[in-house]
Design a protein around this ligand. Structure first.
Ligand SMILES: C[S@@+](CC[C@H](N)C(=O)[O-])C[C@H]1O[C@@H](n2cnc3c(N)ncnc32)[C@H](O)[C@@H]1O
Length: 217
């Protein structure tokens, strides 16, 4: 597929996830795990092949994960059955659809039964366009309760010119200052931000990414 637009996103990711990829968790997932409450339920927004959600689950966290790709969600469900993991739930949903996202979060709230919920989205913000980002952030702002945190990692505009391992699909190099301002305007406090290389190295690639922890006021 050569057309690199968000309209082809679902087709691209469906094709991509027909292949099996390693379930090794991301460095970001492991970093987040070290600091969250042991009882926290995880909501992963854009879970891909489920490597991070399955790892959160392997560490005892109930997980509700959603992704646009039906292939990805089906393979995550198969993997959960294979591993006999009963506390990870994978849902096909579009991040830009407020109803779908709030239903998934509603399911997580039921499972949490008053325990904390942690929201997590890795390498997704650069997979959606600017308009979709605005829709998504508005949904997140509506759905998160005061004090809840969302953890992000994504490529920034400083990464645009660097070599990439995977190509052929839509990528947007995010202006992190605009992103952070949007969060602040939506009543989030930025607890942590760090931008640079060395956090998401993959083979020959060492992308410039930002990590953000934002807390709803
Ligand atoms: C680069 S992958 C990252 C997957 C995973 N978080 C990881 O770190 O391995 C981007 C993911 O975003 C998902 N995605 C793109 N647009 C989406 C949307 N509108 N709604 C939900 N998921 C979306 C894709 O299907 C894909 O799984």
């Amino acid at each position: 597929m050569n057309k690199r637009t968000v309209e082809t996103n679902k087709d691209y990711w469906d094709e991509f996830y027909k292949s099996n990829f390693k379930h090794t968790p991301s460095q970001f997932c492991v970093c987040v795990l070290t600091e969250i409450d042991d009882q926290a339920v995880i909501v992963e927004l854009g879970s891909g092949n489920g490597r991070d959600s399955l790892y959160f689950a392997s560490q005892g966290h109930q997980t509700v994960a959603l992704d646009l790709s039906t292939e990805a969600v089906n393979s995550c469900t198969e993997e959960s059955i294979k591993r006999n993991v009963k506390h990870a739930h994978f849902i096909q949903a579009d991040l830009t659809n407020q109803k779908e996202v709030s239903q998934a979060i509603g399911l997580a709230r039921q499972k949490a039964a008053g325990q904390p919920i942690v929201f997590y989205s890795r390498f997704v913000m650069h997979s959606i366009d600017d308009e979709q980002e605005v829709l998504f952030l508005n949904t997140v702002a509506d759905c998160l309760h005061s004090g809840e945190r969302i953890y992000f990692e994504f490529r920034t505009k400083e990464d645009e010119k660097l070599d990439k391992h995977f190509g052929g699909h839509y990528r947007r190099y995010v202006d992190s200052e605009v992103f952070l301002k949007r969060l602040k305007d939506l009543n989030f406090v930025i607890n942590y931000q760090h931008k640079g290389q060395g956090m998401a190295k993959y083979k020959e690639e060492d992308p410039v990414v930002i990590r953000v922890i934002a807390q709803k006021s």
